[in-house]
Write a protein of this length. Sequence first.
Length: 328
Amino acid sequence: MFPPEKAHYLAMDLLSIGLKLPVIRIILKHQYQSNTQHPVTFLGINFPNPIGLAAGFDKDARWLHLLKNLGFGFVEVGTVTPLPQDGNPKPRLFRLKKDLALINRMGFNNQGIDAMVTRLKNRPSGLIVGGNIGKNKVTPNDKAIDDYRICFEKIYPWVDYIVVNVSSPNTPGLRELQEKEFLTNLFRELHALRSQYETQKPILLKIAPDLTTEALQEIADTVQECGIEGIIATNTTISREGLICSKETLEAIGAGGLSGAPVREKSNEVIAQLRQMLGKDYPVMGVGGIFTAKDIREKKAAGANLYQVYTGFVYQGPGMVKQLLSGL
């Protein structure tokens, strides 16, 4: 009944209001929390279960208490930037229902790192929270490290792990930062900043699904050389291959990252390649096209250790985590 972006905020805000009522809170827990949790240790962190919510859904850490009650083992907030920004002009989020997919060109719309930190200070206990950081659109690439540094220093005390996002297709020039020289300089800076803290929290890299084998090998080499602790594979794709949706509809929608069922195989292929390049023990978080427990088993077979959902959650609804854990 509503445009996707309006529906997103309306649904989450209404559920959050309901959560404040004791009766509704009890119903939510009973209806949506699984009795079996499947705890997992990943990068030295004890996750209640292996099902997480990918970045981009709760951009400003507004709904962590609700998402915990919906059964998620972890939530990745962001992508957050140093300064607030409106993102790209609306409409910028589109449903491809027949394909079980979404196209978005949100453009890192968020309220800025300071607003996020204020909310994270009141985060719920027992929920693992990751912070996904990026750069402002107006920041040129040669100054991008400054933006990542600002976000890193401000968010570090309030999250369990940090993710560097250089793979969104909706910020001009951002994917150029997946190159070896930039990543080497960036992670050298972030590791130096982290060394000042008593607790050494993991820093992960989120990559695109559209990399060539050669580019992926270069990232794998960089990961090993720089001591990057883990990879999240993958972000949205710019490909439109194999969609049921008509060419005319796609042309009317325009640019943006595609997520959901059509990216599943592409994500699995990248995970499998990374596993081959990086060895059996390297930490990989799998995201892209998860709708069922079968999809998770495929991600696991490809080499993923932990799993994130986004588009599947939009289409399946708030009972998704319970269904996935029961299927496992």
